[in-house]
Write a protein that binds this ligand. Structure first.
Ligand code: 5HY
Length: 260
């Protein structure tokens, strides 16, 4: 099977690390491709960035459909554009927050999310309530800008680890969820060092998408995730108007052949 992981921000180095985490988690025989839009914010830190990352994200999902991908991961901890992405995808689409939070509830009672900036925390608290785990989840911010995680000299990783240790001490956290796709490469080492599950949503979502595809399950199209209705879009957004062009037959066929 083929899984497309979309980093909705436009920082290629982050996409590369996200792709490596997804490939490390995937089963043999599963091809994982990581991509990011070429338009939009370099990082997503709050509601405004999140809004402007969605058009580029949807472009990548549409491209994945034309290439015949079987499932998708949205690799931003805000689960950016998740519902809209599900309306244009046939296969399963998982957000890394949703996947990591549900994994945490299967491994422990209370868990703490350690994210980047404080401004990102309210959206994650809202997602925890939406996913039905709000009463078991504490969200902490490590006061680290997203792109500082791309700079080993920034001290960002040290600050994240310090906040994780505080969460274990002060929250009674039984699991830790890494609250940024850019933290994906910290999970294994921290799990060993801290002696409790430290969950990276990129890996969790990749394996969960594999499971759903392997069960032959796809996104439901009988309700809110039905394909967008045809209508006109004005101005610079005109190219996003539904009906979305059907996957180009040769590209879709090529995609199916690549699946093997
Ligand atoms: C993420 N931002 O996973 C989120 C994390 C955050 O660009 N990728 C981003 O801080 O909201």
């Amino acid at each position: 099977m083929r899984i497309l992981i979309v980093n909705p921000n436009t920082t290629g180095s982050m996409t590369a690390r996200i792709g490596a985490a997804g490939r490390a988690a995937a089963s043999p025989g599963t091809e994982v491709v990581a991509t990011n839009p070429d338009m939009g914010p370099e990082s997503i830190e709050g509601y405004y960035d999140e809004a402007f990352s969605v058009p580029g994200l949807l472009d990548e999902i549409r491209r994945g459909e034309s290439l015949g991908f079987d499932g998708y991961v949205i690799a931003c901890f805000d689960d950016t554009g998740l519902d809209a992405a599900r309306t244009v995808a046939v296969g399963p689409v998982l957000g890394i927050c949703e996947a990591a939070m549900h994994a945490a509830t299967m491994l422990g009672g209370r868990f703490s999310v350690v994210t980047t900036l404080a401004r990102s925390a309210p959206a994650l608290e809202s997602l925890a309530r939406r996913y039905g785990v709000g009463d078991r989840c504490r969200v902490r911010a490590s006061d680290v800008p997203v792109l500082a995680l791309e700079d080993p000299a920034s001290g960002a990783v040290r600050r994240v680890k310090e906040e994780i240790r505080r969460a274990v001490r002060e929250d009674g956290a039984e699991c830790i969820v890494l609250g940024c796709a850019g933290m994906a490469d910290l999970a294994a080492d921290l799990t060993r060092r801290l002696g409790l599950p430290v969950i990276d949503g990129v890996a969790a979502a990749t394996r969960m998408v594999e499971a759903l595809v392997g069960l032959g399950l796809r996104t439901s199209k009988v309700g809110g995730y039905a394909a967008p209705l045809p209508k006109a879009y004005a101005g610079e957004l005109a190219r996003f108007a539904p009906p979305l062009p059907p996957p180009a037959p040769e590209a879709a066929e090529a995609g199916r052949k690549m699946r093997g």
